[in-house]
Design a protein around this ligand. Structure first.
Ligand code: C2E
Ligand code: MG
Ligand code: MG
Ligand code: MG
Length: 279
């Protein structure tokens, strides 16, 4: 009978939800412990000028060095974002990335470091003051910090976004739009907001030239040009993609072709080698 069945299904569904939220809760606890046990580390992925092979920037990418092995951010950032944990975690990332940026600068590498900002962080009260105090504490010049936000963040409350972005700009920090082309936003915000750079999502680079003729990538590059924004291609893995991008006026790439995200020491070695190779 229908009613009894429905009842049972509902009960089953309910239990599943419960065990899911228990899992999430446990994960949040683990992440909180990981933060106090200093189990997070940052890797850095070079951004390269494809014409000259020079490293023009780095992106900081978090990893969880857990007792059970290295955990990629895709497995814990969304869970941290569902609680307030992303706030202290994000602060840890900012602080460590800025510290490392300053260490690089002291060794003669004036290389900007890009840090990913989550929605909650971006909209947290006093985000400007927080970043300013981190810059002051770590002595990183603001022009060596870049903040990456996604289109989704800019979708609601335009006025609030505008004032936060203007504040960043006033401080001398660069702002880029990450995963560009994957959001649902209107393009009008490119005119409205103080942003410097767009990052073509790697889904639009992936198939070039064999499965994808690069139409979307071309449109994004042209769009960036029209708005006077810098453009960078994410997920570049092959020389064919590099040829395509250079031909179409995109000069900066971040991808496994050049380097995977690297730990501090590996990155330092990579930068030194790159400097030697470039004379
Ligand atoms: P994202 O910001 O778009 O970062 C680029 C991702 O693409 C990185 O994955 C990087 O390892 C990967 N990638 C780079 N080049 C290639 C390539 O040639 N091929 C392929 N297949 N992948 C490539 P990762 O490190 O796993 O990070 C995933 C996402 O997690 C990031 O995407 C970002 O949204 C988020 N994330 C990472 N670190 C942080 C952080 O500190 N804070 C916040 N809020 N989010 C972070
Ligand atoms: Mg990013
Ligand atoms: Mg991206
Ligand atoms: Mg992404």
């Amino acid at each position: 009978n229908v009613k009894a069945n429905k009842g049972r299904r509902f009960e089953f569904y309910d239990k599943e939800i419960n065990s899911l939220s228990i899992q999430k809760y446990e994960m949040q606890n683990k992440l909180r412990n990981a933060l106090s046990n200093q189990e997070f580390i940052l890797h850095y992925q070079p951004q390269v000028d494809m014409a000259t092979n020079q490293i023009i920037g780095l992106e900081a990418l978090i990893r969880w060095n857990s007792p059970n092995g290295m955990v990629p951010p895709g497995s814990f950032i969304p869970i941290a974002e569902e609680s307030n944990l992303i706030i202290p975690l994000g602060e840890w990332v900012l602080e460590n990335a800025c510290e490392f940026g300053n260490k690089l600068a002291a060794r003669g590498y004036q290389t900007p470091i890009a840090v990913n900002l989550s929605m909650l962080q971006f909209k947290a009260p006093y985000i400007g003051e927080l970043i300013q105090s981190i810059l002051t504490r770590t002595k990183l010049p603001p022009e060596l910090l870049e903040l990456e936000i996604t289109e989704g963040i800019l979708m609601d409350n335009e006025d609030e976004c505008e004032s936060i972005l203007s504040e960043f700009h006033g401080m001398g920090i660069q702002v880029s739009i990450d995963d560009f082309g994957t959001g649902y936003s209107s393009l009008s915000y490119l005119k409205k907001f103080a942003v410097d750079k767009i990052k073509i999502d790697r889904s639009f680079i992936k198939g070039i030239p064999h499965y994808d003729n690069g139409t979307i990538a071309k449109v994004i590059i042209e769009l960036a040009g029209n708005f006077n924004l810098q453009v960078i291609a994410e997920g570049v893995e092959t020389p064919e993609q590099i040829d395509f991008l250079l031909k179409n006026n995109c000069h900066i790439a971040q991808g496994f072709y050049y380097a995977k995200p690297l730990g501090e020491d590996e990155l330092m070695a990579f930068m030194e080698k790159s400097k030697r190779d470039n004379g």
